[in-house]
Every structure is written in C-alpha cells, then in structure tokens.
Design a protein around this ligand. Structure first.
Ligand SMILES: Nc1ccn([C@@H]2O[C@H](COP(=O)(O)OP(=O)(O)OP(=O)(O)O)[C@@H](O)[C@H]2O)c(=O)n1
Ligand SMILES: C[C@](O)(CO)[C@H](O)COP(=O)(O)O
Length: 243
C-alpha cells in the first residue's frame, strides 16, 4: 500500500486563545498539544512522512522535540507563512507522496480510525475532508445582525481536518489560489474553486480544533475519558457523529 504524506500546520499565533505562548505549545496531559497531534500520525502505518510547518522562531525547538519524542516520520520542520494557506503550501512543496493530507496541529484528538476513513474516501474519489452534521440551527445575518437566511440544516456540515487529496491536485489548486490572490479557510475551498468535487467523510465531534480557552478543559476531559475506556486513541462510541 502507498504511504501518505501529511502536512501538519502549526504556524498560527493562536490569537483567540489569548495566551502568551502559542496554543499549539500549551500542555495537554503534560505534553504539548502539537506533540499529541504528531503522535497520532507517527503511530499509523499508512503515514510515510510528515512536513511540520511552524513559526520561524519555533523551528529549532520542534526539531528537538521530533528527536525527544521519537517522531521519526517528521521529514522536515519548516517556517510557515502569515496565513494558514501559505503554511500549507510551504509544507506541500516538500512532500513527494502521490497522496497527501493536511491536518491542523491544534486538533490533537483526531483518531487513527478517522484519519483512515478520510484517506479511504479520498482514494475512492480524489479529494475528501472529515465533517460532522451541525447540531445547531445556523442563521445568516446582515451587517446589522438581522437574520437574512436560515439554511436547511440537513445539508450543513462542520468541516474538520484531516483533508486528503492527490498531491498533484492539491498543489496545483494551491498554486492557482496563490497566483490569483484567493484566500480560503480550508484546503477544500481551494480545490472546490477549480471545479473538482470534494466529498465529506464521517468525522468525529471529539475532533475539536483547540481555538478558545474553554476548549482546553474539554480536551483534557476527552483525553481522560479515552484513558478510562482504554481505546488507545481509537474511535469509541462517544466519538461517533450519529445524532
Ligand atoms: N499562518 C498560519 C495560521 C494558522 N496556521 C495553523 O492552522 C491551524 C488552524 O488555525 P487556527 O485554529 O485558526 O489557528 P491560529 O491561526 O493560530 O488561531 P487564531 O486565528 O486564533 O490566531 C492551526 O494549527 C494553526 O497553527 C498556520 O500554520 N499558519
Ligand atoms: C481547516 C479548518 O480546521 C476547518 O474547520 C479551519 O477552517 C481552520 O481554522 P481557521 O480558524 O479557519 O484558521
């Protein structure tokens, strides 16, 4: 089976977290969030190489951590850009596998099963992202906060990472976006605008993006719950998306 390349993006400032230290370096169960994330991919036979993209001031410590934590699949530690999309492109350019995925360094609770599900869906279709059905009613508002639309919830999904693609497709889509000055909030958007369909695969509500302070105690709780149920990071019933 062909191995996959992974870009882990971790070059953000974490401004919504509001801590002095960037959120990807905060400790979860005594270990940096980013290390938890890297360990998931390190453990998987499916994964051949990891391009880790971090802030320029953090390259050195991340290289050291790769050694200390036995992260042997980390093939490169690179300085990212001002926008997530630029960081992705930086990492993507160093990978050579036919198939690649992009994952946020601040989604440490992703399971191996979810990563595999995303990879399988991408191999079947060319491009796939993890997603969960939205639980709330979503409203679109205007500049005065007046509701202008209520989209049909059954057609809405909250999008997660990993997002998985044939490398040639993702690279050309990102290069096109860069040339045209397009900035999206995920990699699927960059591919969608080329006219290529992107399928959603079943994600997990527990695959949270650590973004604001209340996410940290929740992540600690989820980790503790996994330790109790002793699933070794595999998806368990509480990770399922069924509503
Ligand atoms: N220039 C950037 C911006 C973001 N990211 C990464 O993209 C992921 C998802 O982004 P987000 O949660 O928005 O992180 P931040 O940009 O750090 O957060 P904020 O918007 O609150 O500053 C994170 O792992 C983040 O480090 C990145 O590699 N390069
Ligand atoms: C890619 C992403 O994780 C999908 O949910 C998300 O869009 C990245 O976060 P950001 O806040 O948009 O940088």
């Amino acid at each position: 089976m062909d191995k996959w390349g992974v870009v882990i993006v971790a070059a953000g400032r974490g401004s919504r977290m509001g801590t002095e230290e960037s959120k990807q370096y905060l400790l979860l169960d005594g270990k940096p969030i980013l290390v938890h994330t890297l360990e998931v991919f390190q453990r998987m036979d499916l994964i051949g190489e990891i391009a880790l993209v971090v802030g320029s001031a953090d390259v050195e410590r991340c290289l050291e951590w790769a050694g200390c934590y036995g992260l042997t699949k980390v093939a490169a530690v690179l300085a990212g850009g001002a926008e997530r999309q630029q960081s992705v492109l930086c990492g993507l350019r160093t990978l050579s596998c036919e198939w690649v995925m992009v994952h946020d360094g601040v989604r440490p609770l992703v399971t191996e099963q979810a990563v595999s599900a995303c990879a399988d869906a991408a191999r079947a279709t060319g491009a796939a992202v993890l997603a969960v059905p939205v639980k709330d009613t979503i409203k679109q508002v205007d500049a005065s906060d007046i509701i202008v639309a209520t989209p049909d919830r059954s057609a809405l999904r909250a999008i997660q990472t990993p997002q998985a693609f044939r490398r040639s497709l993702l690279l050309s889509a990102h290069e096109k976006a860069e040339q045209e000055g397009f900035l999206g909030t995920d990699d699927a958007m960059v591919v969608e605008r080329t006219g290529t369909p992107v399928v959603v695969a079943e994600g997990e509500y527990t695959n949270i993006k650590i973004t604001t302070p209340e996410d940290l105690p929740y992540a600690e709780f989820l980790l503790a719950q996994r330790r109790t149920s002793d699933t070794g990071g595999e998806r368990n019933d509480s990770d399922r998306t069924r509503l």
